[in-house]
Write a protein that binds this ligand. Structure first.
Ligand SMILES: [Zn+2]
Length: 155
């Protein structure tokens, strides 16, 4: 174990977030200077703890959605699309672009999502809802965001 690294982590109970105590990247991820380059502290923690090299193209994601957290039990390997999906499920993505998007009622979103879950094609769903298939897919992938917007509309 690299003491120099772990000394910079606030190690608590196994279920708690272990926050990085030092500087962070502008993205909010802890920044660790490993001697030659600065790396994401959570990535370093993952490699250190599990004693593996993160495969190319993979990223270390947070179950706890706390970018400072270095608790290996809160970290999992994913790729960027999993991370995006994960972030959008948690409503962490920037919302601005969505204000330009069409708003749907809760019932419409329900319908779109359940049709996708029943494996209907985006084309079919688009036609059925009289919307573009890309929009249908976008609603499904960002359902939490759309639900949130739907609520804002109806209240
Ligand atoms: Zn955590």
């Amino acid at each position: 174990m690299n003491k120099h690294f772990w000394n910079k982590v606030e190690i608590l109970n196994i279920d708690d977030c272990w926050n990085w105590k030092c500087g962070c990247f502008t993205t909010g991820y802890g920044q660790y200077w490993s001697g030659a380059t600065s790396v994401g502290a959570h990535r370093y923690a993952y490699e250190e703890y599990y004693n593996i090299k993160i495969p190319k193209g993979k990223m270390v994601c947070h179950k706890c959605d706390n970018p400072r957290c270095c608790n290996p039990n809160h970290l999992f390997l994913g790729n960027s699309s999993i991370n995006m999906q994960d972030a959008s499920n948690k409503g962490r993505l920037k919302q601005e672009p969505f204000y330009n998007c069409k708003q749907f009622s809760k019932e419409e979103i329900d319908t779109i999502c359940s049709l996708f879950e029943e494996n209907f094609s985006a084309n079919y769903i688009g036609k059925r809802l009289k919307i573009d298939h890309k929009t249908a897919k976008k609603v499904y992938l960002n359902k939490n965001m759309y639900y949130k917007r739907a609520k804002e509309v109806s209240v």
